[in-house]
Design a protein around this ligand. Structure first.
Ligand code: SF4
Length: 593
């Protein structure tokens, strides 16, 4: 068959495929139940798979994928999630939270929304992956060969990393360097200075076995993350990981530890090849859902001793039904290096208003495995008070659970963050919740004589876009630090002030602290931000728990700086949990772990 006839025939096939998608789209409006949605979407996925198998590539495949996504999104419009679907389709954590919070209509509503988001995200990711796969596959196969050969020759992961590094320096993908599409610079709002931090993300919800109500509000489901371009970028990383894992498995005969080691050598090479930053933040979207992948990042940390790798997790090892990624990963890592995970691999626990009962147990399990856990991060959603309506004792339980979890971490830090990015009204409600939570925390530490410090910033910056007047003012003012005054957020500052007043009225004294200052370009000029703080002390015994209030918006320092590397809160050298048997007994009844 001549090339022209072949191409015409192919164009005909693609036309038929598009027609088929248009036809199936007509059924989308009738989709109601999750089973119907899954059936419908699976059919859509099979159509795009067929297009890929027939040889559709590039723009042709992308436009078929876009039509397929439209069909799935249309079907999702009328999708109804019932309570029993949480048990059926929810993550392991959603199921647990449902059992615990069935009496809270707001929690159940958010869990249902989380299940909805998960079902939709899973199907959209499958479509995008199918469109990306043909172009990515040859790269992954070549890289797997390079890694396996380099390792076979010397038996050293360092050599595999160097070989992957050479590969990343030359490999092209989608009009640029492959490495630049997999490993990227972290958002500027997280960095002290440009090009100081990299990030690596995974597909939201499909890689989050620990997602609970966060599956309804996760920021990786809003803003830029809703753009197809962002979804593609994240799906590419995900697909790269799963494909490389499977190709490596073919080459090293299913040796899981070695697969993880070679995947880790790849991550280390990718990070190195970007050529900037000594901090890597994992999972602005996504979480750990696979032991080989988790071991790979531990390995990358080992191979890059001068790089801090950090993240937050809700994949708690002490939750029934959760994949056993931590235990397995530590074993795989031991098989590779004969030692516990490296200290530059930092895992903060991500606490929510509904997963708090598992936090202390998770902290104990992770540190027991030798993992460095700088602290606990708690994001206060605006509707938290609705979650706890009619069950006021939950505020006390939450406060106790947070303190007890933090005491079991290696860094003893608790970050309480205002909800942000979802509107001023929600941010204000969230700050009310934080004030109440801090009140309960101080009550709890008083009762248990736990020593605590609370650092409350005296500045908070806005996250809204600048208007013309503000832009003009920025350019007029000479002193960079004076410029930032016009970027402060008065509502947040008021909330921080109320927090300080509450603690002062309770009789706690404070010292002046300073969390950092940093320069950023805004409207072409340097703006100097600074964060003086008042550090309140609640006297008690034992190593102090350090609480940081994070108002969100323009950040003083990235949370990794605070939780991991900040000078004012150096990494604790001891990995041992210093809780006596008596202390354990005292807290046993307070926290169900
Ligand atoms: S990325 Fe984090 S916050 Fe978002 S759904 Fe996953 S676990 Fe929840």
């Amino acid at each position: 068959m001549s090339k022209r006839i072949f191409e015409e025939k192919q164009a005909g096939y693609y036309g038929e495929i598009v027609d088929e998608l248009e036809k199936i789209k007509k059924n989308a409006a009738g989709v109601r139940r999750p089973e119907e949605f899954i059936r419908f979407s699976t059919e859509v996925v099979s159509i795009i798979e067929r297009a890929a198998a027939l040889g559709a590539r590039g723009e042709t495949l992308n436009s078929i994928a876009n039509k397929a996504i439209e069909a799935v999104e249309l079907a999702a419009k009328n999708l109804e999630i019932a309570d029993e679907d949480i048990r059926r389709y929810g993550t392991p954590m959603m199921k647990k939270v449902y059992e615990e919070f069935r009496d809270s209509p707001t929690v159940v509503k958010d869990l249902r929304q989380g299940v909805f988001n998960k079902l939709k995200a899973t199907m959209v990711t499958r479509i995008i992956n199918t469109a990306l796969e043909p172009e990515l596959e040859p790269h992954v196969r070549e890289l797997a060969d390079i890694l396996a050969d380099a390792y076979r020759r010397s038996g050293r992961l360092e050599d595999a990393m160097n070989a992957a590094y050479d590969y990343f320096r030359r490999a092209k993908y989608g009009g640029g360097r492959l490495a630049d599409q997999l490993f990227t610079e972290a958002s500027l709002s997280l960095q002290h200075a440009p090009r100081s931090m990299q990030k690596f993300s995974r597909a939201v919800l499909t890689t989050c076995p620990g997602a609970d109500v966060c599956g309804a509000q996760c920021y990786a489901l809003h803003g830029n993350y809703t753009l197809l371009q962002t979804k593609r970028a994240i799906a590419l990383r995900d697909l790269f990981v799963t494909k490389l894992q499977s190709e490596l498995s073919k080459r090293v005969g299913g040796d899981k530890a070695l697969i993880a080691g070679l995947l880790g050598a790849t991550f280390a090479a990718g990070v190195k090849s970007l050529g900037f930053g000594n901090i890597v933040r994992l999972h602005d979207a996504g979480d750990f859902s696979n032991d080989v992948y988790l071991t790979a990042w531990m390995t990358a940390a080992k191979l890059l001793p001068n790089v801090m790798i950090y993240t937050y997790t809700k994949t708690f090892p002490n939750v029934e039904g959760m994949p056993r990624v931590w235990q397995e990963a530590v074993e795989l890592y031991r098989a590779l290096f004969g030692e516990p995970p490296p200290k530059n691999f930092n895992i903060n626990l991500s606490g929510t208003a509904t997963n708090y009962k598992f936090l202390a147990g998770a902290a104990e399990a992770l540190t027991g495995l030798g993992i460095n856990v700088p602290g606990v991060f708690f994001y206060a959603p605006a509707n938290m008070d609705e979650y706890y309506r009619n069950r006021e004792e939950r505020w006390r339980e939450l406060a106790a659970a947070l303190v007890e979890a933090v005491r079991r971490t290696t860094g003893k830090k608790l970050v309480l963050e205002f909800e942000h990015g979802l509107g001023a009204r929600r941010a204000a409600k969230s700050s009310e919740n934080i004030i109440r939570l801090v009140d309960e925390i101080t009550n709890y530490v008083n009762k248990t004589s736990t020593q605590l410090t609370i650092s409350i910033p005296e500045t908070a910056y806005s996250e809204v876009k600048l208007d013309e007047e503000q832009k003009e003012a920025l350019r007029r003012i000479q002193d960079p630090y004076a410029r930032s005054v016009i970027l402060t957020d008065p509502d947040k500052m008021r909330s921080l002030g109320r927090l300080q007043t509450m603690l002062a009225l309770k009789g706690y004294s404070y010292t002046k602290g300073f969390e950092g200052n940093w320069l950023k370009k805004k409207e072409g000029v340097d703006v100097g931000f600074m964060r003086p703080a008042r550090v309140f002390t609640i006297p008690g015994i034992g190593e102090p728990v350090e609480v940081f209030i994070e108002p969100g918006g323009e950040k003083a320092c990235s949370l990794c700086q605070r939780c991991v590397a900040a000078e004012h809160s150096p990494l604790k050298s001891s990995f041992k949990i210093r809780l006596s048997d008596k202390e354990r007994a005292r807290t046993k009844n307070l926290v169900a772990a």
